[in-house]
Structure formats: structure tokens, C-alpha cells
Design a binder for this molecule. Structure first.
Ligand code: AP5
Ligand code: MG
Length: 217
């Protein structure tokens, strides 16, 4: 199964990706995670990406498309894309990459969430520095405050998780990424499944799994 997971910042894409991977065993590719890994490598490109992300702006399409096409073609089997595509140009490029590989998309899952919930979720997010496991200080708290349940490492906060940056990311999402949903709906080649992200993570997961299973039949 090849699925695109869409939704505003903080809608719960990463949280749901963990659950969907567990359920369906597909490979999870998050463009944001790929860019943050490039930043951690200390490369010149990573530095450039980090500056753009810290401002809450989108990375230019040519850079995104090249990095994502490379990552996608290396995957054999099921694929779960998170945070890509984020512009219509990226969606067109993804269609081309998948058509060439003879493996078109099976579904686009769009998780919705309210703006104020998004700000609260993102400013309270913490994650494990080595595995990326996602927590929230209130909604998905670790057993010991500030410590990853699985690795025992100190949890960290992302550089772009400040309120003013979140609002900029949200603005860019509405301007540049919402048209991607319309692109998929208009093209009519793939089913767009809308999931209410304003439920508990387990409820969101159950709704998503049920919709994907129904779609696969
Ligand atoms: P990216 O890393 O993709 O960030 P994003 O889209 O802003 O989304 P987030 O990762 O912040 O949120 P999420 O939906 O994954 O939510 P999560 O599950 O963590 O991109 C970062 C940057 O990289 C971009 O701003 C851009 O600069 C660049 N970039 C990336 N891709 C690009 C592209 N294709 N083109 C151009 N630039 C690109 O959940 C958030 C919090 O809420 C967590 O604390 C979680 O515990 C909690 N939570 C989750 N679900 C629930 C729930 N149901 N109830 C309560 N709390 C919940
Ligand atoms: Mg994420």
C-alpha cells in the first residue's frame, strides 16, 4: 500500500505514522525527518535547510523533489509519505516518480485539526533525540517527565516548535499545501480520505485504519 499522509502542522501525522507502520508494516518517509537528519549531519545543505525550517517557510521544490525522489525509489514495497508532497509542483513530481516505478498511490489520508489545538499540541511536543518517538507534555506524557520511555534519553523540543513559527507554518500550509488536497480531489485518480484529527490518537488511528482497510477491499 502506498499512502500520502497530509494535514496541518501538529495534526498528528508523525503520531499516526507510528501506528500505521505498526499495523501495515510500510516504510515511513517523513520529509521533515529527512531534512532534520541532513541538518544533524552538519552538511552545508543541512545548514541551509535548518535556516528555512526555523523560519517556518517551505524548502524550495527543487531541493525537496530531488531528496524525496531518491528516498522513495530506494523503498521496496509499502510506503507512507508524511509531509510530502506539500505543493502542487511536488505532487506532480511525485506522480511522475511513482508512475515511472509502476506503483501509483492507493490513498491520500488528510488529518484535520483546529488552529488553536495545533498551537497547543506543537508547543507541548517533545521527542526522543535518537528514535524520534513523539510525546506531548499533556496528551502523550512519558512515564517519567522529560525522559523517553524506550531509550531513557532526555526528550528534546524542535527548533521550529515556537508559537510564532507554528503560526507561520500554518499560514504557509493554508496557502501552499491545501491546494494539494484539491489537486488530488480534482485529478480523481486516488481516493482522498478525510479523518477528524480532533479525537484521541487511538481514535484517529482506528478511523484511519478502518478507512484504509475499506478502501483496499
Ligand atoms: P514537518 O516535520 O513535516 O512538520 P509539520 O508538517 O509542521 O508537522 P509536524 O511534524 O510539526 O506535526 P505532525 O502532524 O507530524 O504532528 P505530531 O504527530 O508530531 O516539516 C517541518 C519543516 O520542514 C517545514 O516547516 C518545512 O520547512 C520543511 N518541509 C518538510 N517537508 C517539506 C516539503 N515537502 N516541502 C517544503 N518544505 C518541507 O503531533 C504533534 C503533537 O501533538 C505531539 O506532541 C503529539 O504527541 C500531539 N498529538 C498528536 N495527535 C494528537 C491527538 N490526537 N490529540 C492530542 N495530541 C496529539
Ligand atoms: Mg511530523
Amino acid at each position: 500500500m502506498r499512502v500520502v499522509l497530509m494535514g496541518p502542522p501538529g495534526a498528528g501525522k508523525g503520531t499516526q505514522a507510528e501506528r500505521l507502520v505498526e499495523k501495515f508494516g510500510m516504510t515511513h518517509l517523513s520529509s521533515g525527518d529527512i531534512f532534520r537528519a541532513e541538518k544533524s549531519s552538519g552538511s552545508e545543505l543541512g545548514e541551509k535547510l535548518a535556516e528555512i525550517m526555523a523560519r517556518g517557510e517551505l524548502v524550495p521544490d527543487d531541493i525537496v523533489v530531488e531528496m524525496m525522489a531518491k528516498a522513495i525509489t530506494a523503498v521496496d514495497g509499502g510506503l507512507l509519505l508524511d509531509g510530502f508532497p506539500r505543493t502542487v509542483a511536488q505532487a506532480q513530481s511525485l506522480d511522475k516518480t511513482l508512475d515511472e516505478a509502476g506503483s501509483p498511490l492507493d490513498a491520500v489520508v488528510m488529518i484535520t485539526a483546529d488552529d488553536e489545538a495545533i498551537v497547543e499540541r506543537i508547543t507541548g511536543r517533545r521527542s526522543c533525540p535518537s528514535t524520534g518517538k513523539i510525546y506531548h507534555v499533556k496528551y502523550m506524557a512519558p512515564k517519567v517527565e522529560g525522559i523517553c520511555d524506550e531509550t531513557g534519553e532526555k526528550l528534546v523540543q524542535r527548533d521550529d516548535d515556537k508559537e510564532e513559527v507554528v503560526r507561520e507554518r500554518l499560514k504557509n500550509y493554508k496557502m501552499q499545501t491545501e491546494p494539494v488536497v484539491a489537486y488530488y480531489r480534482d485529478a480523481g485518480k486516488v481516493q482522498v480520505i478525510e479523518v477528524n484529527g480532533m479525537q484521541t490518537p487511538d481514535e484517529v488511528a482506528a478511523e484511519t485504519v478502518a478507512a484504509l482497510e475499506a478502501q483496499g477491499r
